[in-house]
Design a protein around this ligand. Sequence first.
Ligand code: SF4
Ligand code: SF4
Length: 89
Amino acid sequence: MRNQDLSVLPISKPAPASAGATGTWRTYKPVVDLAKCVDCGICWLYCPESVIEWEKGRKIAIDYMYCKGCGICADVCPVKAISMEPEGT
Ligand code: SF4
Ligand code: SF4
């Protein structure tokens, strides 16, 4: 097995093509309260779309172009820093 740089996990990333982009069907989107965030990275680890950018010591960011609005990040956040809010609000 070849040496692999595990620091680049998660392994899969959305393709930078229009095929991977979320359409207008998303009804809720995750909104992060950065004042509550404790920088644990759990949302980054669990996001099935790998659209949360996280690096220890830096604020997280969500790529809404590809976020599917599943709410998993909000469910797993230990301090409830992420809330699911209706689109367009
Ligand atoms: S709502 Fe789902 S797809 Fe969007 S950032 Fe959270 S876990 Fe990822
Ligand atoms: S799971 Fe919550 S506390 Fe942890 S990095 Fe994500 S938003 Fe911040």
